[in-house]
Design a protein around this ligand. Structure first.
Ligand SMILES: *Cc1c(COP(=O)(O)O)cnc(C)c1O
Length: 359
C-alpha cells in the first residue's frame, strides 16, 4: 500500500507556455508578472525563479511578499500593487529596488517626510471607475506635480488603473475607464491598466505594461475553461483513495447523513478535506477524476477526507490517484459548481498540501 495525500503538482512547462501565449497576445507590452498570495497558491519561490528571465517586473500586494522574492534571489524590479503601508518601510523599499504605487494623500505626504538613500520608482494609481483604490481624475495633475517635485521619487513616473468589468464583453464600461485613464495621463509616462481580463479581451487596453495574474497560471478570469484561450493549467490538485467500501442502497454517508444512496454502490474515501482548503460546502455532484473517468462527490466534505460514489462495478483501489482539478478537470468547472471563484479555490489551499514540481 502506498497512499499520497493532498498534493499540488506544478508544471513549469505549462507556466512558460502561458507566458508565451500572453506575450503573443500583447506583443508590444512589457510584463509585470503578478505573484502575490504565494503566486496564487503555486509556490512563489519556484514560480518567480522559473519565469524571471521571461518577464520584466513582478507584482505583489505586501512588502513581505516583495522581500521574500529578494531572499529568493530575484533581481528584477518588484512593484507593490497597493503601495507601502508605513513610511518606516520606505528605506527598505528603496534599497531593495522595490517600486511602489501611490494611491492616496497619506502615501504622498509620507514620501515627503523621509530622506531616502536612493530614488524610488513610483506609479500613480488613478481611479477610473473601480472606486476601490486610486486618486480621483481631478486630483491627478496635483499628485503628479507633487511627485515630480519630490527628491525621493524617480523622475519617470508611471500611471496605473484597474478595470472592474473587463470580463464582461458586452459592457462599454471598460472603454469608459480606458478613455478616462488616457485623458488623465496625457502622455506623461508609461501606462498600465490591464490584468488578465484586459489582456484576453481588450487589445486596445494593453498599453505599455500588462499585469497578468491568473492567466499565467493557466486559469481563466471568468468561468470559461482556459483551454479556450490557449492556456494550460499549471496546477493539478490530486489526492488518493484511502478506502473503497461496499455501500448498501438506502444507507447514508457522512456527517448529518446528508446523502443517501438510491442503489448499492462502492464509496471511495479520498484523503482531502477542508483542512487542505477543499471547500466544505462543495455541493454533491461535483466531479472528481479517477482512473480516466469522472465520479461525483457525495455527502459532506470533512476536514481530512471526503467521499465519492465510485459505482458498483468500479475497480478502483486504495492508493489510486484522484484529481480534484487540473488539465483533466478544468478548475473553472469546479469553480462554477461550487459558486466560488477560481481565484479563491487556488489561494485557499493550506500549507498541509504537499507540493511536487513536475517536468
Ligand atoms: C491581482 C492584481 C492583478 C492580477 O489580476 P488577475 O485578474 O489575476 O490577472 C493585476 N493588477 C493588480 C493591481 C492586482 O491587484
Amino acid at each position: 500500500m502506498d497512499v499520497t495525500p493532498a498534493t499540488v503538482k506544478i508544471s513549469s512547462v505549462a507556466l512558460k507556455h502561458n507566458i508565451q501565449i500572453i506575450k503573443e497576445k500583447a506583443p508590444n507590452s512589457k510584463v509585470i508578472a503578478v505573484v502575490k498570495a504565494n503566486a496564487y497558491g503555486h509556490g512563489v519561490e519556484f514560480v518567480s525563479s522559473a519565469i524571471e528571465h521571461l518577464v520584466d517586473c513582478f507584482g505583489v500586494a505586501r512588502l513581505a511578499e516583495a522581500l521574500r522574492l529578494r531572499s529568493n534571489g530575484i533581481t528584477k524590479p518588484i512593484l507593490l500593487l497597493e503601495g507601502f503601508f508605513s513610511e518606516k518601510n520606505l528605506p527598505i523599499i528603496a534599497v531593495n529596488n522595490i517600486q511602489t504605487i501611490i494611491h492616496n494623500q497619506e502615501q504622498l505626504e509620507a514620501l515627503k517626510t523621509v530622506n531616502l538613500p536612493n530614488k524610488i520608482k513610483v506609479w500613480l494609481k488613478i481611479d477610473t471607475g473601480m472606486h476601490r483604490l486610486g486618486v480621483d481624475l481631478d486630483q491627478v495633475d496635483d499628485f503628479y506635480q507633487q511627485l515630480k517635485d519630490n527628491p525621493n521619487v524617480d523622475d519617470e513616473i508611471g500611471f496605473v488603473s484597474h478595470f472592474s468589468r473587463a470580463d464582461e464583453l458586452e459592457s462599454d464600461y471598460t472603454h469608459i475607464q480606458l478613455n478616462r485613464f488616457l485623458s488623465a495621463v496625457k502622455n506623461r509616462g508609461e501606462c498600465s491598466i490591464s490584468a488578465s481580463g484586459g489582456i484576453l479581451f481588450w487589445k486596445e487596453a494593453h498599453l505599455d505594461w500588462i499585469r497578468p495574474g491568473i492567466i499565467m497560471y493557466g486559469v481563466s478570469p471568468n468561468n470559461v475553461p482556459s483551454k479556450e484561450y490557449g492556456l494550460i493549467p499549471v496546477m493539478t490538485l490530486t489526492s488518493s483513495l484511502i478506502a473503497v467500501r461496499h455501500h448498501k442502497k438506502g444507507e447514508p454517508v457522512g456527517y448529518g447523513g446528508a446523502w443517501i444512496s438510491d442503489k448499492d454502490t462502492k464509496i471511495g474515501v479520498v484523503a482531502i478535506g477542508y483542512g487542505d482548503g477543499y471547500p466544505r460546502d462543495m455541493p454533491e455532484g461535483t466531479p472528481v477524476y479517477i482512473n480516466g473517468r469522472r465520479v461525483s462527490v457525495v455527502g459532506r466534505v470533512s476536514m481530512d477526507m471526503m467521499t465519492v460514489d465510485l459505482g458498483l462495478a468500479s475497480q478502483d483501489k486504495v492508493g489510486d490517484e484522484v484529481i480534484l482539478w487540473g488539465k483533466e478537470l478544468p478548475l473553472e468547472e469546479i469553480a462554477q459548481k461550487s459558486g466560488l471563484l477560481s481565484y479563491e479555490l487556488i489561494t485557499k489551499l493550506t500549507p498541509r498540501v504537499l507540493t511536487e514540481y513536475i517536468d
